[in-house]
Write a protein that binds this ligand. Sequence first.
Ligand code: GTP
Length: 645
Amino acid sequence: MCQSIIRKNVRDKLHIQRSQICSSVYRSVEGRLDHTDLSSFPPERIRNFSVIAHVDHGKSTLADRILEYTGAISKDSTNKQVLDKLQVERERGITVKAQTASVIYEYENEKYLLNLIDTPGHVDFNYEVSRSLAACQGAVLLVDANQGIQAQTVANFYLAFANNLAIIPVLNKIDLKTADPEAVKEQMMNLFEIDPDEVLQVSAKLGTGVIEVLGAVVQRVPSPTDSCRPDAPLRVLLFDSWFDRYKGVVCLILVVDGSLKTGDFITSSHSSKTYEVKDLGILTPQETPVPKLHTGQVGYFTANIRDTKDALIGDTFHLKGAKVEPLPGFKQAKPMVFAGVYPMDQGEHSALRAAIERLCLNDGSVSVSIESSSALGQGWRLGFLGLLHMDVFNQRLEQEHGAQVVITTPSVPYLVKVKGTQAIQQYRGEEVLINNPVLWPNPSHIVDTSEPFVMGTIITPDTYLGAVIGLCQERRGVQQNIRNLDNVRIIMTYKLPLNEIVIDFFDTLKSLTSGYATFDYEDLGYESSLLVKLDILLNGRAVPELSTIVHSSQARKIGKRMCEKLENTLPRHLFQAFIQAAVGGNILARSTIRAVRKDVVAKCYGGDITRKMKLLKRQAEGKKKMKMYGNIEVPREAFINILKR
Ligand code: GTP
C-alpha cells in the first residue's frame, strides 16, 4: 500500500479513536483471574492487544505494571520483566518469545477480559510479533520518550497497520530527565501522522499513566465482535506452541468462531489429524485450567500432540467432521541464516542431538538437517531467523542443556539455476536452494545465481551520516530513500544483500555511530547476483569446511582476509606451507606459513665442519620431501578457531 494512503488511513483511524477516550473513573480489580467460568466475557467484553516497540523501549516493564494493576501478580518491587521467563531473556534483558497474559480489568463498572501479548523488540524475532498480531485487534505502540522513534518502531507500526489493528501511541520513560515528549510527538506526527493529542504518556517504571493505557485499551481497541462469531461452527487459530514434558505440545489459540471445551474432538485443517482436547486454559500468566474457551478468547489447549510439527503455526482446528473454511493463517517463519553446529567433543554427539531436538520443540522456526565434516565430525546445519536468534539458541544449548558446541561461520541460502540432465537429477529440479557451500553446483552446470535481499531502515543522528552511507556502500547497498526525521536525525532506506548484513553489519553500524543508529530490515526476496564459491586450499588441497559463497566483486578481498587469518591461526610445520584462496582455477590470494627451524646441528660441539654440512643437507632434503608430500595437519582446535565467528 502506498505510504500516503496508509497515512490517510492512519489519520482517519486515529481521528475516530480520539473522541472515544474520556476522563472516566478507572478502577482496577484486585484478585487473580482464578475463577474458571469465562462465559461472562462475551466478545463485547474482550480486548486482545499486543505491546509493540523498538528494543528496550519498555514493553516488558509496561506489561509488569499492567499485571500488577489488574491484580494478576502482587505488587512487588522485585517484579521485573515477569513475562520474560527464559534464563537467556533475563540475563540479556531482552524478550525472545512473545508471552501472553489474560487479566480482568474493571472499567466503568464493567469487567473486561484483556489478553495482553508482550512481544520481542529485536528484528530477528519479528516473526513472533507478526503472529502475535494475528490474534489481536489492537496494539500499544510504545516509544521511548528519550530515544524517540527508532527503526523497529517504524517496522512495528506498519506491521500493526497492515494487520488493520487499532494503534494506541504511548510515550514511555517520561520520568527520565532527558525525556523530550513534545519532540517525540512531533516525530510521530511527521512519520505516521499521529495527532499529538492521541499520544498517552507513561512511566512504566514508576507506574505513572498506566491506568490511562488500560482505559484506552478498553476504549480504543475494538472487541473481536466483527471477526469472531459465537454461533458459527468452531474455528480456532493456532498462533504459538511450546513443548511440555508431561503434556506434550501446548497450543496457544484464539477462538475465532464457536467455543471449545475439554473432551471435544478437533481436527487440524493442515494435517487432517484428529485429537481429543485434554486440557484447556488461559495464561494468567501461569497456565490456569478452564473447562471452556469462548468466542474471541485467547487460551491454550493440550491434546496429546507429541510432535510440534503437528502443531503448525497458523493452522485452523475445527470440530471433527465439520466442514469449515480454514482461516487465512500467516506466512511461516523462514530461516535466513544457516550455520553448522558440531559438538566440541564427538563423544557428546547424542547428548547434543537430544538438546537440539528439545530446543527445537519450543522453537519451530529453527530448521535442522544433518551435516558431517571430516574435520569436525558429525553435526547439523541449523537455520535461524538471524544472528541474535542463533546466539540465543547457542546460549540456551549451553545454559539449559550444558552442551559445548562449535558453530561455523553463518551463511545465507542462495538460489541457483542449474542446467544439464545430470545436475537437474542431482538437485531434483532446475532451481536449487543452497544453504551449505559444500553443495554448491559445479560452475559448468550453473545458469544463474541469486541471493536474498532486504530493505534496511536506518535511523541515525545526522553527524554520522557520512559514515553510515560509507558502510552501506561498502556492503553493496543501494540507497532508496533519505529524509529528515527531525532537525537532528535522518531516516534512510537501503536495499542490501542479506549476506552483507548477517555477520557484523549491526555491530559496525553501532560502533560507527557511538551506538546511536538503529537498524531494521524486511525481506525483499531473491535477486540475480554474480556469486562464486571461494575455496581455500592448504598446500594445494581444498578444505571443504572453509569454502564460502561470495559476490564475485568481493572474492579477492575476502580471500585475502581468510588467508591472513589462517596464516595467524595454523600451527607451523617443519616444512613451508602455503594457503591459497581460489575461485575455480583462479588463485586470488596467497599466504605462506614459514617452516619451523629445527637446529639439527645443536648436538655437534665443535668437530669437523663436514659433519655439520652433512646434517644440514639431510635436513634440507627431508624438508623438500615433506613439502612435496606433506599435507598440512590442521588440529581440531585450529579449525574451531577459524570457523568460530
Ligand atoms: P526487549 O524485550 O528487549 O525489546 O525490551 P523491552 O522493550 O521489553 O524493554 P524492558 O521492559 O526490558 O525495559 C528496558 C529497560 O528500560 C529496563 O532497564 C527498564 O528498567 C527500563 N525502563 C522501562 N520503562 C521505564 C521507564 O518508564 N522509566 C525508566 N527510567 N526506565 C524504564
